[in-house]
Design a protein around this ligand. Structure first.
Ligand code: ADP
Ligand code: MG
Length: 260
């Protein structure tokens, strides 16, 4: 569904100096797969999602969604940011319905089903200023899920949400995602979140980022909350933690402790 081939991305910073952010990144994402991306701070994870969404252009390499080369934003994919980006002057219902309306459709069933799945039905008529940040982010997610886009790009969508609500939202997200036919790529800092939601985890190196490892996550779906306590979950957590920690060590950020 998504094919990323030898992607190189540079930014021009002060005085015409260039920094290489992505240095030959390649991976595939299969149709209806959920892939998580982990990597050290500032390595280029958000940049990668912006390239996938067509908001940025690569210096080299190619990105395909389906059989189409990504050359700009398209209706094939939708990007959800860390901070909810809602229309403050529209109600919850109108926000979620927005992508359907702009596609010239009246699909109230989809909107109602999403609001129900997200436990937002009683707030359908409320304006965003009346909602908590967790609820706002749920509205952002519902709006992305309501769109016809086949690819869902998520940039740390639950990062601003407290630890308890976050676990419940991960569970709701999995349920809802299973009810759609979407392919998902989610950037996260949280290894447990990646393990709970993803089929595979792509671990990036320090900037300039390359793919360091691709970790298979074998838990059956739908995922039960208690998989978080299994031995396999702990082993995979330790594996990913070491991969990430090694990258920080290379940069000299955690030199006081060595990881075997
Ligand atoms: N528009 C931009 N112009 C210049 N540098 C940028 C721009 N966007 C990101 N960067 C730099 O690229 C690197 C990767 O950024 P980003 O993709 O946001 O990292 P991450 O999401 O992994 O934390 C950082 O060093 C950041 O400062
Ligand atoms: Mg980022």
């Amino acid at each position: 569904m998504i094919s990323v081939r030898n992607v190189v991305k540079e930014y021009v910073v002060a005085e015409g100096r260039k920094i290489v952010v992505l240095d030959g990144v390649s991976f595939n994402v299969h149709e209806k797969e959920f892939v998580a991306v982990l990597g050290p701070n500032g390595c280029g994870k958000s940049t990668l999602l912006k390239l996938l969404a067509g908001f940025e252009k690569a210096e080299d390499g190619s990105i395909l969604v389906g059989s189409t080369v990504v050359s700009g934003p398209s209706t094939e994919s939708t990007l959800v940011f860390q901070e909810p980006a809602l229309f403050e002057w529209k109600t919850v219902y109108e926000n979620v319905a927005f992508p359907l309306k702009s596609a010239g459709e009246k699909d109230s069933e989809t909107v109602e089903r999403l609001l129900e799945l997200m436990n937002l039905k009683e707030f359908a008529g409320s304006y965003p200023c009346r909602l908590s940040s967790g609820m706002k982010q749920k509205v952002s997610l519902a709006r992305a899920l309501a769109s016809k886009a086949r690819v869902l790009l998520l940039d740390e969508p639950l990062a601003a949400i407290d630890a308890h609500s976050r676990e419940f939202l991960q569970e709701e997200m999995e349920k809802i995602w299973l009810n759609t036919n979407k392919t998902a790529v989610m950037v996260t800092h949280d290894i447990r979140e990646a393990l709970f939601l993803a089929d595979r985890i792509i671990v990036l190196t320090q900037r300039p980022a390359q793919v360091q490892a691709i970790v298979d996550v074998p838990f059956p779906r739908p995922r039960h909350p208690s998989i978080r306590f299994t031995q396999e979950f702990h082993s995979l957590f330790a594996h990913c933690w070491k991969l990430l920690r090694n990258e920080y060590e290379k940069k000299g950020e955690v030199s006081w402790i060595s990881v075997q």
